[in-house]
Design a binder for this molecule. Structure first.
Ligand code: D41
Length: 699
């Protein structure tokens, strides 16, 4: 990848312009590290403490992880990396993996410049018809080559330097989306598919959340987490990272009637069962490209994965051949970028934010910086442990990341120097909002304000949580208004919201009578809700939307939930001890039951349900199943859902306690274990038959 795609792009002038570019930072760090290493190893006169050397080293490593194109072969970090990566076999690409030229202009003119260049190189006259392009997304992951022989995946390799990559077949085989065998009858003798391994944003957030809960190191961004997983020497670790794949091109092919256009190639790959993004189009001329760039740009934040731009390719393969390539880049393709989702800026302070459940979150106050399309002025540091691990202090230069609608976060420090007098950040002993004691429970990473709803910050967050679209859906009740309501002492509890009335609202600052009336109407409308929304809106710790739905389905009514014992709660699907205790504790507080009563008295209602069948009476209650191999029609999740809906459990490994093993094709050691333990083995048909039989005996 060219360096220009990171630093040369036309980002709007940002107020953080004096901060050195990542390339400058890396160069400075490298030369400092070389100098210190020389003094240490050659001259035998260390110039800085080891800890300081380690800090500089870590800063360079962080920077290179975030911007891999800054990694030079002579970087001090490569000595260590070289060792770790022993063990991968080099793979020489039969057809080199080219790189893609980057259009640095993020504005519409970028697409026009490309079209003009292509037309010039094809020596087209001005009145020649518009060129047809295939426009697609530029996924932000790791490029790999998949080699299929007679339809079977025989090898997967990283791009490497384009000529030679690394054999990562074992790791790639763990990616469920990549077919081990292509679909269809008439398969090419050889088909090499090129594409990008990436990690979805939700999978990345969940992975990092798990890492944080265990106090483990978090990943800088999805690309990093994906690239790290693919290049893991231990495939079982790779298998635990949720990876995805999109195909975008071809390598070597033999014995295949190749389509004549790029869009046709992608259609054919999709028909072979390979994942191809649906976010692509065939566009005519520069106008078509500009429209695609705009349309995707507007939806970039709501895509489930990171993209750093779009790619335009001349659609006709014959024209591609005529255009050829210069050095390692085809003349017929270009990547057109969007503003970067990671930028450098400086920490001006570290503030504390108090959340709905009292959690204290350290937040970095930043020198404003343009990231991922918006100006960011603060970014989360998650908790004290993350902050310490990342060694963030006021005055540091940090990498800030903002992707999708995820809260901006500080992913690492890159500064080589910091003022010596900056003290380490400490968590306050008292809540900065209400002054209550700050506590941290055993085994928890988070610090909390113990003030509960006495704390104005928690009260505001509780109101916003209650009012949100996925809960009571009170339109127009946003944070500005909540600030006014709480700070003005108008609302202290949830039920007080419904007692506001037009008079009180219209008297508020900046509140026109019309808006006041709208809010009154929205409040009235929100009273007709559903039990899951209401339960979720109460803001019980650990009760998210899914759990609220499970509770509602299981118990049918709020009174039964409020009175349920921990044991009864544990019988609900997916409710474990932590959640059960949290629900019990919540309703053990008289004031919380009072809130529920008052809300109902204000007219909040929902349709009551019959509670779901008693789990003890379901056909598979008490049975444990183990799934292995590929079933002919059911996916693993579908089979699991069927078994669980019938009251059964699905376990990961076979033991004497396993009731049945359900085996499909390519079942491995689990099948052998089942045979050796004499556990009954079913195929998919057998499972279906058992389900029918069991429910027949039931009724
Ligand atoms: O999504 C991508 N990252 C992407 C990468 C894409 N959609 N198309 C690409 N096309 C090519 C050519 C034109 C050379 C076949 C690419 C890449 N190359 C590429 N990715 C990494 C290096 C090159």
């Amino acid at each position: 990848m060219a360096q220009s795609d990171l630093f040369g792009e036309a980002a709007p002038p940002s107020p953080g312009a004096e901060v050195p570019t990542p390339a400058q930072q890396a160069a400075t760090l490298r030369s400092q590290l070389h100098e210190h290493a020389h003094r240490y190893y050659v001259l035998d006169e260390p110039s800085i403490p080891d800890a300081e050397y380690d800090r500089l080293f870590l800063a360079l490593q962080t920077l290179e992880e975030t911007y891999p194109e800054l990694r030079t072969p002579d970087s001090p970090t490569q000595r260590v990396l070289g060792k770790v990566l022993d063990g991968f076999t080099p793979v020489r690409h039969v057809v080199p993996m080219l790189s893609i030229r980057t259009e640095t202009d993020t504005e519409a003119t970028g697409a026009q410049a490309f079209d003009a260049r292509v037309r010039r190189e094809l020596e087209l006259t001005e009145d020649a018809p518009a060129i047809e392009y295939a426009a697609e997304l530029k996924f932000d992951g790791l490029a790999i080559n998949l080699r299929y022989e007679q339809g079977v995946l025989v090898q997967a390799a990283t791009r490497g330097d384009g000529e030679t990559g690394e054999d990562v077949t074992q790791n790639i085989r763990t990616i469920g989306q990549i077919p081990l065998r292509l679909k269809g009858g008439d398969l090419p003798a050889v088909l090499e598919v090129r594409g990008e391994v990436y990690m979805r944003r939700d999978d990345f957030e969940a992975l990092n959340e798990r890492q944080r809960e265990h106090g483990d190191k978090t990943f800088v961004n999805p690309r990093n987490a994906a690239a790290g997983a693919v290049r893991q020497l231990d495939p079982t670790i790779a298998a635990r990272r949720p990876l995805s794949f999109f195909a975008y091109g071809l390598g070597e092919t033999q014995g295949w009637a190749m389509p004549t256009t790029h869009s046709g190639v992608l259609d054919a790959l999709a028909a072979f069962g390979l994942p191809v993004s649906a976010e692509r189009t065939v566009a005519r001329g520069a106008d078509g490209l500009v429209a695609f760039h705009r349309a995707i740009g507007a939806r970039r934040d709501s895509l489930p994965f990171d993209i750093d731009g779009v790619v335009y390719k001349v659609n006709s393969l014959a024209l591609q051949a005529r255009l050829g390539f210069v050095t390692r880049e085809p003349r017929w393709a270009v990547a057109h970028k969007y503003p970067a989702q990671e930028q450098l800026t400086q920490v001006e302070g570290i503030d504390i934010q108090v959340g709905r459940t009292g959690k204290l979150t350290p937040v970095a106050r930043l020198k404003p910086v343009f990231v991922g399309g918006v100006t960011v002025t603060n970014a989360t540091l998650h908790n004290l442990f993350e902050l310490r691990r990342k060694r963030v202090r006021v005055g540091d230069t940090v990498i800030v990341r903002r992707a999708g609608d995820v809260i901006p976060e500080v992913v690492g420090v890159v500064a080589g120097e910091r003022p010596a007098y900056v003290p380490n950040f400490r968590m306050p002993g008292h809540c900065p909002v209400c002054g209550s004691d700050v506590v941290r429970e055993r085994g928890e990473v988070d610090h909390r304000c113990s003030g509960g709803l006495f704390c104005a910050a928690q009260r505001k967050q509780a109101l916003l949580h209650f009012a949100q679209r996925r809960a009571m859906d009170i339109e127009g009740l946003g944070d500005k208004l909540v600030d006014q309501l709480v700070d003005g002492g108008l609302v202290r509890t949830l039920p007080e919201l419904y007692k506001l009335g037009l008079m009180k609202l219209a008297a508020l600052d900046r509140m026109a009578e019309k808006s006041a009336q709208n809010l009154v109407d929205a409040l009235e409308k929100s009273k007709h809700t559903t039990l899951p929304r209401f339960l979720f809106g109460l803001g019980i710790r650990h009760v998210g939307e899914a759990t609220a739905k499970d509770l509602a389905r299981h118990f049918g009514g709020i009174d039964r939930i409020m009175d349920a014992s921990v044991e009864q709660l544990l019988a609900v699907r997916d409710v474990g001890p932590v959640v059960a205790h949290s629900i019990r504790t919540f309703f053990d507080q008289a004031h919380n039951r009072e809130v529920v009563e008052q809300l109902r008295a204000c007219g909040v209602t929902w349709p009551e349900h019959e509670p779901a069948a008693d789990p003890a009476s379901l056909p598979f209650t008490g049975l444990t199943f183990v799934l292995t191999g590929t079933l002919p029609t059911l996916s693993r999740d579908e089979a699991k859902a069927l078994i669980e809906a019938a009251g059964g459990k699905v376990a990961g490994s076979v033991s004497k306690k396993t009731s049945y093993v359900v085996a499909g094709t390519e079942a491995g050691s689990k099948l052998e274990k089942a045979q050796s333990l004499n556990v009954p083995i079913l195929d998919e048909g057998g499972l279906q038959a058992l389900l029918e039989q069991a429910s027949a005996t039931q009724s």
